[in-house]
Design a protein around this ligand. Structure first.
Ligand code: NAP
Length: 294
């Protein structure tokens, strides 16, 4: 029997609606409007689309949006100056440096300049450390979105075997840390993992973030597992079998027959990232206010 399809678009809309209500209540209580500043270096069309989506989501949630654009040839110091200015701007609760930055810039070094209290992507060393230590902090948006999808799918995490394919700082590592914090038994796989299919076939919860179209085939999946597909791979519409040409890391048609629940691509994890970013921006504003009152 085909598994339940986890509808990321619907869940993201619910999260965004909830954030909008909390933003309104926060404004009434404190007289403050949370604000998100995005920094885009260069004119990469895909990045420009992502930034536009974030700006629109802010407006919908009742938050202020600040749109910083720098030319593709901007120097490290120019980007650093922009970050320093936003760190000191009281109207800005959260700062997001759109990645990837042009090749001559060091993305992680620049991200590390963001005030950890405004690091709504949760990627600074301070927030990565707080996550590992199990302390309050801002968590990376995509793994946080996956946790929300798992909650909606009624996935039992306590004691479950969870396998994450991918160990990037952006997704795989924080995903594994969040699952561990939720008391799952976590295995993190990567390009040197031996018998990837065999390791994955043990998973009650299987999360794929590799960036290779349909690498996860039915033999990777235990009957009744919950499968989350983070991968976004661009093929021709004919190869993909859909108009967008977008496919995930999971062979959806085959895996759907074995999984209890599964996310589609598109329409699964993708929409959750912006929704969780809105939540993080509100959380940052709340934490900053608490710190100011201390
Ligand atoms: P990444 O930095 O390229 O990491 C890919 C990971 O996959 C690495 O850890 C790599 O292992 C591992 N890997 C590569 N080939 C493998 C193989 N044959 N077997 C097992 N593991 C393999 O990518 P990322 O930033 O984590 O993103 C992964 C995918 O998720 C991409 O498709 C990306 O577009 C998507 N993504 C989507 C969202 C969203 O929906 N909002 C957000 C983030 C990422 P090594 O470490 O050994 O190289």
């Amino acid at each position: 029997m085909a598994g339940e399809i986890i509808d990321g678009r619907a869940i993201a809309a619910e999260v965004r609606g909830d954030v909008a209500e909390r933003v309104a209540a926060f404004g009434q209580r404190t007289g403050t409007v949370p604000g998100l500043a995005t920094i885009l270096v260069g004119e990469d069309p895909a990045s420009a689309v992502y930034v536009g989506g974030k700006q629109r989501a802010c407006a919908e949630a009742g938050m202020a949006a600040f749109d910083e654009r720098l030319p593709a040839q901007a120097s490290h110091d120019q980007v650093a100056e922009t970050i320093a200015r936003l760190n000191g701007d009281e109207r800005v609760s959260g700062i997001l440096l759109q990645l990837p930055v042009p090749a001559h810039l060091d993305g992680p070094a620049l991200t590390g300049l963001i005030d950890p209290a405004k690091d709504v992507d949760g990627l600074t060393p301070v927030n990565a450390g707080l996550l590992c230590l199990g302390r309050e902090g801002l968590r990376p948006c995509t793994p946080l979105g996956v946790m929300e999808l798992l909650r909606h799918a009624d996935a039992r995490l306590e004691g479950a075997e969870a396998v994450v394919i991918g160990r990037s700082n952006l997704f795989g590592k924080p995903m594994s840390a969040l699952l561990l914090a939720a008391n799952a038994t976590v295995t993190t796989c990567h390009s040197r993992t031996r018998d990837l299919a065999g390791v994955c076939a043990r998973a009650d919860i299987l999360i794929a973030a590799v960036g290779r179209a349909r690498i996860v085939t039915a033999d990777f999946v235990k009957e009744g597992a919950v499968v989350i597909d983070v991968g976004m791979n661009r093929l021709s519409p004919q190869e993909a079998g859909n108009r967008s040409g977008l496919v995930g890391d999971v062979d959806f048609a085959a895996v759907c027959e074995r999984a209890r629940a599964i996310t589609p691509v598109p329409g699964g994890v993708g929409p959750m990232t912006i929704a969780m970013l809105m939540g993080n921006t509100l959380q940052a504003a709340e934490m900053q206010l608490r710190a100011a009152l201390r």
